[in-house]
Design a protein around this ligand. Sequence first.
Ligand code: ATP
Length: 250
Amino acid sequence: MTTDDSPAVSLQGVRKCYGSKVAVDNLTLTLQRGELFAFLGPNGAGKTTTIKMIVGLLQPNIGEVRVCGHHIGTNGLAAKAQLAYVPDQPFLYEKLTGREFLYFVAEMYNLTIAQRDERIANLMARLDFSEYIDHLTENYSHGMKQKVVLAAALLHEPTVLVIDEPMVGLDPRSIRTVKELFVERTRAGGSVFMSTHTLDIAEAVADRIGIIHHGKLVAMGTLDELKARARQEHSLEEIFLGMTEADDGC
Ligand code: ATP
C-alpha cells in the first residue's frame, strides 16, 4: 500500500477490553487527509481508549489500526513518525525549561536549527508563552503546560495530530488561537483527531463529528448530516444529548 494515498487514520473493527469490560466495540472509522475530526462521547464512553489505540499506547484485542497506511502494531515507528499526540494530562520533563523541552522534541524529529527556531518563535508568539519559556516547567500552571505541549506537538508539522481534550485549562484567547492552528494544519494537508466535551468547539471547527457511547460509534458525519439524521435543526448539544441519553449498558 502506498502511504501517500492511504487515510490519515483507519480503524477497522476495533475492540478493546479491560478484563471483562468492553471499552471499545467494533469501531470502524477513517480520518481523511486534511480533515478535522471531533470525537465526542459521555464520560467513560471509550474516547481515550480509542485515542490510545491510534497512537500505539494500547493494542486492540480485535481489529487493526493504521496511521498513514502503517500498521501501528507491526510498523509502529513509521506510524509514529507521522503522529503527534497530546494526552489529556500534559506531560513535561519538570527539570527542563519550556524551551529545552521544545529543543528536545525538535531534535527527535530531525528539524534543522533554522526550522526549530522559526517555528518556536511563531508558536511562542501565537500562544503567548514567551514570558515563561525559559522557566522550569515544574512551576507552570496547567494552562501553561498545555500551551507548551501543544507547541511541541505542532513543531514538526505532523501529518496526524491526535489530541485528547485540547482546550482544557486554556484561556479564551488561547482557545481561539488553538482552533486557528488546527484549521491551518488541516489546510496544509494535515489531519486532526480530537476528543472533546466542548461541543461548541466541535461545532465550530470540525469537518466531521463522531459520537461514541458505551464503546460503540452511534453517529458519524458532518454537522449537517447529524442534523438531518436528528430530523431537525437541533444544536449539536441537543443531538449529542439525544444520541447518548439511553443508559442501556454495554
Ligand atoms: P472521559 O470522557 O471520562 O475521559 P472516555 O470516553 O475517554 O471518558 P475511556 O477512558 O476510554 O473513556 O474509558 C472507557 C471505559 O473503559 C470506561 O468504562 C473506563 O472505566 C474503562 N477503562 C479505561 N481505562 C481502564 C483501565 N486501565 N482498566 C480498566 N478499565 C478501564
